[in-house]
Design a protein around this ligand. Structure first.
Ligand code: FES
Ligand code: FES
Length: 150
């Protein structure tokens, strides 16, 4: 089955099994490797992309579900890394090893689109991505910083 969608504003097409996870298509066929493979079972959030503006875990999303939709990866979140979340992440030096961070940034950007000024409780409830380096305190601070920048 041929699946057509857009990735970061550019047309994309995948001709193959329609149950291949979107993450595989984006990483292996489109060579956009910013989104990471972590758990593969929809738990950690390392693979988070925006689908029509909403954060989704793409390791468990069959590519056919992207048909006709707009996919945004970390590479397309902003032109120059100047999305408020990215700027706040840099200012507060959030990452440690960095592996989870593209997913964290995509989840945070999606959160702020729905909650422009989130409380700590909003952040704790909505940010369910996992970080093995436990950067959660800096992530929370950076989300508040990004909210102020917006
Ligand atoms: S790799 Fe997708 S949720 Fe962990
Ligand atoms: S910064 Fe290392 S897993 Fe999050």
């Amino acid at each position: 089955m041929s699946v057509k969608f857009s990735v970061n504003g550019m047309p994309a097409e995948f001709d193959g099994p329609d149950d291949v996870p979107l993450l595989w298509v984006v990483r292996e066929h489109l060579n956009l490797t910013g989104s990471k493979f972590g758990c593969g079972i929809g738990v950690c959030g390392a693979c988070t992309m925006h689908i029509d503006g909403v954060a989704m875990r793409t390791c468990v999303m069959p590519v056919m579900m992207a048909d006709g939709r707009q996919v945004t990866t970390i590479e397309g979140l902003s032109h120059n890394g100047n999305h408020p979340v990215q700027k706040a992440w840099t200012e507060l030096d959030v990452p440690q090893c960095g592996y989870c961070q593209s997913g964290m940034i995509m989840a945070a950007a999606s959160l702020l689109s729905r909650h422009p000024d989130p409380s700590d409780a909003d952040i704790d409830r909505e940010m369910t991505n996992l970080c093995r380096c436990a950067t959660y305190v800096r992530i929370r601070a950076a989300i508040h910083r990004a909210a102020k920048m917006r």
